[in-house]
Write a protein of this length. Structure first.
Length: 394
């Protein structure tokens, strides 16, 4: 009785009787998206799911374990088939893209150490990408790539830096995504693509970064430094910022370190950089002074709401000057920074005026008190003299 129940259950369960003998797969496979869609063991491996006889189970059209060199085609049998994928709204381009990627190109030349589909999507444990446990969920992609890309023995064979994942984790993007959970920050696949090759060349880097930093890109494309970098065969954006270890810094820190990577002391680009630095420093100083002035105004009991609003505006002008910096045109940067400075300087001037007015008021107050005290003292003396005079008369 129990036996036949179990049999019915096992036949109904996706994976059928294969899972009796291959029970180590059951837990993962139960949650796998393929199982949920009714794709059982036999759909991929062949064989007969309805028997517990090993020979028969591994009998008809049984292919065993697909070989590594067959996997991309093996998965694409369904995933490149529009009639199968359309109902799910899934794209059918993974295989075509894969062949264009660094992985795929090397794979086509017969090297199977590179990533194939099942390195990123474990064959029996494929979850939808929005499932937090999925290997290709935004939060887990770095760990998925890291399995190979942090393996120094493997990477050295290909002359690739094995510390890329570590650099990424230490950089501004890695910290934002992994430590702060900022999902707008890029994981490896935002810049490299999940399946295809990206960026395809150094001249394309501005497009990849520009997906999320459109302001910097727009101004960079307007300026001349893009032209000189392209002409010198140097990569855009990352020549100054790095590709993985991107550090967050102030404009002054950036200008004083980045430009010297390529320009010699005393050359006109360095002189230009120093002018740029002075402009940013002046705006920064003006903002600091305005902050101090506002603190002082608070002590004088002046209403600072309007000052605070204008201070924020001034800081905004300063941040807006950073994308403009990417034109490498002094006048444009200066115009933006002048707005920041004049807003801040106005605050300082107005607080100063309050101080002067207050000093004036204190002076008048002292004068009034002086006058009152003087009057009291004169009246007092006059009265005493009169009393003394009256006493003498008595
Ligand atoms: C009666 C138990 C039993 C059943 C039922 C069974 N298998 Fe197996 N299977 C085994 C054993 C034992 C091995 C290990 C054989 C070996 O290492 O040579 C194996 C090996 C495999 C392998 C690895 C083959 C290789 O080349 O290394 C695959 C794939 C596999 N089974 C798939 C299936 C599928 C799919 C089903 C259902 C259609 C299934 N098995 C049903 C017992 C079973
Ligand atoms: C979507 C296709 C697919 C389905 C469905 C599938 N497998 Fe596999 N299986 C593979 C691939 C591909 C491999 C090769 C392993 C790899 O590359 O990681 C594999 C490997 C195996 C192996 C070799 C050992 C291992 O774990 O690597 C066994 C055994 C196995 N599968 C059994 C099963 C059983 C039993 C089922 C049903 C419960 C099943 N598979 C369902 C694709 C599939
Ligand atoms: C028999 C056809 C078939 C085969 C073979 C197959 N798949 Fe699938 N795959 C599907 C179907 C159908 C879905 C379900 C789509 C859904 O529900 O969104 C799916 C879903 C997926 C998803 C999840 C997509 C999402 O929505 O996030 C991934 C990833 C995936 N398959 C990878 C693979 C890999 C890797 C292989 C090879 C080991 C493979 N598939 C083999 C049919 C297949
Ligand atoms: C280097 C790792 C890697 C390899 C190799 C890889 N994928 Fe993916 N795949 C991903 C990542 C990351 C995502 C999820 C990110 C995205 O594109 O939205 C994904 C998503 C998918 C999806 C869901 C697509 C969607 O739009 O929802 C399918 C289906 C898929 N892959 C199939 C495959 C197939 C088939 C292969 C082999 C030809 C393959 N993948 C090879 C990393 C990989
Ligand atoms: C199974 C191991 C493995 C996994 C997993 C893997 N890679 Fe790779 N990857 C390699 C190997 C090996 C190379 C070297 C190939 C070459 O030099 O052509 C490589 C090369 C690359 C390259 C350079 C390609 C080129 O055009 O020069 C990029 C970029 C890359 N991988 C990104 C990724 C990303 C992103 C992920 C995760 C989504 C990932 N890899 C996951 C093994 C892997
Ligand atoms: C913000 C975009 C960005 C992110 C995020 C990013 N990369 Fe890159 N990566 C690049 C650019 C641009 C290059 C090409 C320039 C270079 O070689 O530095 C590159 C180069 C590479 C290379 C090739 C190095 C070589 O020597 O040929 C590999 C491998 C690589 N990245 C892996 C990864 C991995 C793994 C991650 C995630 C941990 C990652 N990248 C995250 C932009 C990015
Ligand atoms: C998927 C979107 C995305 C892509 C692609 C991207 N970034 Fe970012 N980037 C961000 C986000 C979000 C932050 C803010 C992180 C934080 O500080 O919280 C950021 C921060 C930065 C910062 C630091 C800003 C600061 O606060 O000082 C720099 C510099 C930077 N990115 C440069 C680049 C470069 C260069 C590339 C291309 C190689 C690139 N980014 C690609 C989203 C992206
Ligand atoms: C010649 C050097 C150079 C190049 C090339 C360059 N930048 Fe910058 N970038 C800077 C300097 C200097 C700063 C100010 C310091 C900082 O914030 O890191 C900066 C700042 C940034 C910031 C931070 C903005 C903020 O609000 O803090 C982002 C984002 C950025 N750049 C993106 C890019 C992108 C995208 C490209 C390519 C289209 C690019 N940069 C090309 C020098 C450069
Ligand atoms: C990756 C190398 C590299 C970095 C970093 C770099 N430059 Fe340049 N720059 C060049 C090259 C190459 C040229 C063209 C040859 C030359 O004039 O030296 C150039 C030219 C210039 C010029 C002259 C442009 C023209 O119109 O001819 C200026 C100005 C300049 N750079 C400013 C800067 C400043 C400011 C920084 C730092 C924020 C910087 N550069 C960082 C490579 C670089």
């Amino acid at each position: 009785m129990l036996g036949s129940f179990l049999t019915i259950f096992l036949i109904m369960e996706i994976g059928g009787k294969c899972l009796v003998c291959h029970s180590e797969i059951r837990r993962d496979f139960k949650e796998c998206i393929h199982a949920k869609e009714g794709i059982g063991c036999a759909s991929c491996h062949g064989g007969d799911e309805k028997t517990l006889n090993e020979k028969r189970a591994h009998g008809s059209k049984f292919i065993g374990v697909p070989k590594r060199k067959e996997i991309p085609k093996f998965c694409s049998r369904c995933h490149s088939d529009p009639s199968l994928m359309k109902p799910y709204g899934l794209p059918i381009d993974q295989y075509a893209l894969y062949l264009t990627s660094g992985h795929g190109r090397r794979f086509s030349r017969g090297d199977t150490t590179v990533a194939v589909c099942t390195d990123c999507h474990p064959a029996h444990q494929i979850l939808k990408k929005n499932d937090p446990r999925s290997t290709v969920n935004k939060r887990n992609i770095v760990s998925t790539c890291e399995k190979c890309h942090a393996d120094s023995e493997l990477m050295e064979k290909y002359g690739i830096d094995p510390s890329i994942p570590e650099k990424y984790r230490k950089g501004v993007h890695g910290k934002a995504l992994i430590e702060d959970g900022n999902l707008r920050s890029p994981d490896c696949s935002n810049c490299h693509g999940s399946h295809g090759a990206a960026p395809s060349g150094y001249g394309d880097i501005n497009k990849v970064c520009g997906l999320c930093h459109p302001g910097e890109r727009e101004f960079f494309l307007k300026g001349n430094h893009k032209v000189v970098l392209d002409r010198a065969g140097l990569p855009e954006c990352i020549s100054c910022h790095n590709s993985h270890l991107i550090v967050s810094m102030t404009p002054q820190e950036g200008i004083s370190t980045m430009c010297r990577k390529c320009h010699e002391e005393g050359t006109s680009p360095i002189k230009f950089a120093m002018k740029l630095l002075t402009l940013f420093q002046a705006a920064d100083d003006a903002i600091k002074e305005a902050e101090n002035a506002i603190e002082e105004a608070k002590r004088l009991d002046v209403d600072v709401e309007d000052f605070n609003y204008r201070l924020e505006k001034s800081k905004l002008y300063l941040t807006e000057a950073i994308p403009v910096l990417h034109t490498f045109e002094l006048e444009l940067v200066e115009t933006e920074l002048r707005k920041a400075r004049s807003e801040a300087e106005d605050i300082v001037a107005e607080v100063h005026q309050h101080k002067v007015q207050r000093r004036g008021r204190i002076f008048v107050l002292i004068a009034i008190w002086f006058y009152i005290l003087l009057t009291i003292s004169i009246t007092y003396r006059f009265r005493r003299k009169r009393k003394e005079g009256e006493a003498r008369q008595d």
